[in-house]
Design a protein around this ligand. Sequence first.
Ligand SMILES: [Zn+2]
Length: 517
Amino acid sequence: MIKKTSFLLTMLLVSSMSILAQDKDAVIEAIIQEANENSQLETLGHQLMDGIGPRLVGTPQMKKAHDWAAAKYESWGIPARNEQWGEWKGWERGISHIDMVHPRVQSLRGTQLAWSPSTPKKGVTAELVVLPTVSDSMEFKNWLPNVKGKLVMISMPQPTGRPDYNWEEFATEKSFEKMKDEREEQSKAWDQNMGNIGLNRRSLPIALEEAGAVGIVASYWSNGFGVNKIFGAYTKEVPTIDLELEDYGMLYRLVESGQKPQLHVVAESKELGKMPTFNTIAEIKGSEKPDEYVILSAHFDSWDGGTGATDNGTGTLVMMEAMRILKKAYPNPKRTILVGHWGSEEQGLNGSRAFVEDNPEIVEGVQALFNQDNGTGRVVRISGGGFLNAYDYLGKWLHEVPTEITDEIETTFPGTPARGGSDYASFQAAGAPAFSLSSLNWSYWNYTWHTNRDTYDKIIFDDVRNNAILTAILAYMASEHPEKTSREKAVLPISNRTGEQLEWPEPRSPERNGGQN
Ligand SMILES: [Zn+2]
């Protein structure tokens, strides 16, 4: 009798376990199948990057993107909302068109920086000047009146437009070394002169416009062929433009050889007063533990020299697609699955910091957060973020992901918490188990990050699909996990830099009234 019961019990246990395993496999299989056979990534990517375009904080496109994302979620049956958390200086980019008109005519490749003041509709035509070599700030002040009515070139001209990897491949060792030595010397001399001038990258453009310059011409090379980083302008009245490396270099040489080159610059833009800033939040409510959260996280904003395709269009696509797939393959999650598309990450994690500050109960209920924000590549690194027991659960969840996806992933446990970099840091600072899904490089730092080349053509859709599957399975496993995850913090190591023990970062408040100077 006893024997029989125990046999039956064993049978029951075995069969219920195998049903569980089967269900689990069925959900994971459904996730993979939906991702591969009904992918929406290309369509979403086209609509967001090509149709809406870049998503600079405070621009109408940013608002348009939030509305588009919320409508997408609603169309998939996932309730969504745009939560306002602050305001930012409103601005809209218009036409940038830059031509050299003397000593000959050539159309140039360049654009105004974000928040650049507008030229008149007809543009400005003016001669270029370069900064003088001075021995002190007084000498610079005496020179300043020379900029009246001129366009001023404020960046060091690069000695070569070939990236170092190209030199390394083709140059003789001797000439490669020589180029690097000369470049280093030139950079040192440039920095020394800037020190003598006594102004920095913020105060110099303002001093120049106050002295009557009609525009600032810069060039921020990103160390790749034809690629520049495009950030924000500091001028308040006159436009600031960025020119590609060789257009800038050519003009610089013409100024130095006394040819007095002139540009015609049309850089139109509109100031729009204060604009509200948002996070787009969508969620699939948990059926058993609605107050515990698995959060999918990616910032939604971008710089606007390109279309923000890999920073962070691809992270955005991963999270949207994972949510869409989860709604189909796992419509009744145990815990709430929430996606956050944060605003104004680029100016200091502002959207996610606001969310953390405004929603302490959600932060308290975080089971796990997965953030992706370093380009289009397959995820290859995951760190435990300094959570002592992260391996116990994260390791288990990763085990359920197909090995063809996890094979390349290097994990670090317990790791250390981030001090910035992307939005997971906002949650880690508040003690919530938040993790970064870190991508393979795909020349991110040189070619797409904050550049004029961060566009749709750089997206590697197979890698993004891979990441959507990974994220959806991790979210599913985190939602089903039997216990609430541990957020016990590891003892942090001694800093190599200061020799003192590292401390856990503190939550920081967002900038809720940005761009007001
Ligand atoms: Zn980013």
